[in-house]
Design a protein around this ligand. Structure first.
Ligand code: ATP
Ligand code: MN
Length: 480
């Protein structure tokens, strides 16, 4: 008999019919009530065991963590806490879980810290919290593809191994086939990369943007959604060494269009999970509210999780120029009282996350799009404004997260781009193909990068980016 998903049964009215379910035991009370979870939903199915007619050896192996199959009749439940239950007729043990061993793991039914759960990342998805997070993550990534598909974007897969290290978005991981103890050397003693697998130095990508741009200038509207790697030694709760990035790139689109796209996109995917992840979001909302209780008043979130999500969907993001933001920051209390770690003294300063969070959480109390940054603190490919000192860049800042999106209108003028590359020491020879796009049918175009895990952080209300990706990669940690 084919087995039925628990999510389906919990909604079903097919009473008195027989079903088979398969899942993992979350609890077994009084030798009679099994709470069974199969991952299809946060909620467990209660299976009522007829212990008099169940063999002793089966009863003994219905332990927390075991995989079992239950065949039985769907009934309206008499007990509180569930609408339906399965009256078991036959139980098969599919995979045992020894209680003594289970006790040593996070499968044991008690509260475990998030740190403890991280150490057992291979088992943590069997907890309510991680089941909920990972279902929300999955729904979000579906919504990402749906949004772009509905809006006429082409999904492109940019290379993961790249020969260019010019993007400058972060430190890169090297890719090599050399015996690192004994790489081929040139006469002058330096490593001879001509002998390496690709015949040149190669790295893991930090961004698919430059390649995506070339595709936008042919397909019109494209997006990437893939893994990116940054060897940055920043041990923060917002940075991973391996993360997933969404990078749309659009021809004939200026910075205003880019901001519109980013805002519309974020609202769409958040709305999608509000509609499709109700149980999981309700659970995560409670979790967050509980966690908040143990924090000092000032650090508590002023809104519940779903209120926060609805707020984003229903309100316009504030659009503020960098210059306005600097004025606000210069005159802010924490700046005057020297409470910031980095005091804002003058125009041109790079904003630290403390400044971004002040703008979003204290001043505007809303998502903020900052635009027109000083050219000096931004990448070479961003379009220079007529003032000669700012570029058409934009960052989207979110409450509790800081930067969630970084984007820009791209410099489409060959001469301006070349001058800029010379100034910044970006190798023109290496990026010959990128410059070609400005030689042949160049046009106004724009795009942005959104760190998927930062979006999942926001959507789930979690505080640490290590808890929204199945197996986090961070400095000194690549277990699993
Ligand atoms: P930050 O200042 O937070 O380090 P960034 O300026 O380096 O970000 P970009 O290079 O613009 O970021 O990358 C685009 C987006 O990718 C960021 O807005 C952010 O959402 C995400 N992102 C960047 N670095 C990381 C990282 N190490 N881990 C997870 N997400 C990241
Ligand atoms: Mn960074």
């Amino acid at each position: 008999m084919k087995h039925t998903k628990i999510a389906e049964l919990l909604k079903s009215d097919l009473f008195l019919q027989d079903f088979t379910v398969k899942g993992w035991v979350r609890a077994f009370r009084s030798n009679r009530f099994i709470a069974l979870n199969d991952g299809s939903t946060l909620n467990n199915l209660q299976c009522v065991v007829d212990f008099e007619n169940t063999p002793e050896e089966v009863l003994e192996e219905i332990n927390v963590g075991a995989a079992i199959e239950v065949r039985g009749m769907l009934k309206e439940s008499e007990g509180k806490g569930q609408r339906v239950e399965i009256e078991a007729k036959e139980i098969k043990i599919l995979g045992i879980a020894n209680p003594e061993d289970v006790k040593k793991t996070i499968l044991s039914p008690k509260r475990h810290s998030l740190e403890k759960l991280r150490e057992q990342a291979h088992l943590r998805v069997r907890t309510n919290t991680f089941g909920a997070i990972m279902r929300v993550r999955s729904q979000l990534s579906f919504a990402v593809h749906q949004y772009f598909n509905k809006n006429g974007f082409n999904y492109v897969n940019t290379p993961i191994i790249t020969g260019s290290d010019a993007e400058g978005a972060g430190e890169m991981f090297k890719v090599t086939n050399f015996d690192i103890k004994n790489p081929p050397k040139k006469e002058d003693g330096s490593i001879d990369y001509k002998e390496d697998f690709f015949g040149k130095e190669s790295n893991l990508t930090v961004s698919g943007q430059l390649e995506a741009e070339t595709y936008a200038l042919g397909l019109g509207q494209v997006y990437t959604f893939g893994p990116t790697f940054r060897a940055e030694n920043s041990n923060t709760s917002r940075h991973l060494a391996e993360f997933w990035m969404i990078e749309p790139e659009v021809a004939f689109c200026d910075l205003d269009g880019n901001m519109d796209l980013a805002e519309d996109f974020i609202k769409y995917v958040i709305q999608y999970i509000l509609e499709n992840c109700e149980d999981d979001l309700a659970f995560l909302e409670d979790r967050l509210a509980q966690e908040d209780k143990s924090k000092p008043q000032a650090e508590r979130s002023p809104m519940l999780l779903r209120e926060k999500l609805r707020f984003v969907v229903e309100n316009q993001f504030k659009r503020v120029s960098y210059t306005e933001a600097i004025d606000i920051l210069k005159n802010s209390k924490p700046n005057k009282k020297k409470k910031f770690n980095y005091i804002i003294e003058e125009w041109g300063a790079d904003l630290q996350s403390e400044h971004e969070r002040y703008l979003v959480e204290k001043h505007f109390k809303s998502p903020v799009i900052l635009f027109d940054y000083p050219a000096k603190i931004k990448a070479f490919y961003m379009r220079l404004n007529d003032d000669g000192k700012t570029v058409r860049a934009m960052d989207i800042l979110f409450p509790g997260i800081g930067e969630i999106v970084g984007g820009s209108q791209r410099e489409e003028r060959l001469d301006v781009l070349e001058t800029k590359m010379k100034e910044l020491g970006v190798d023109e020879k290496e990026l010959w193909w990128y410059l070609d796009t400005r030689r042949f049918g160049t046009c106004v175009h724009s795009g942005f990068g959104l760190g998927f895990e930062r979006l999942v952080l926001f959507a789930t209300g979690m505080g640490n980016i290590r808890d929204v990706i199945p197996f986090p990669r961070t400095p000194k940690n690549a277990e699993f």
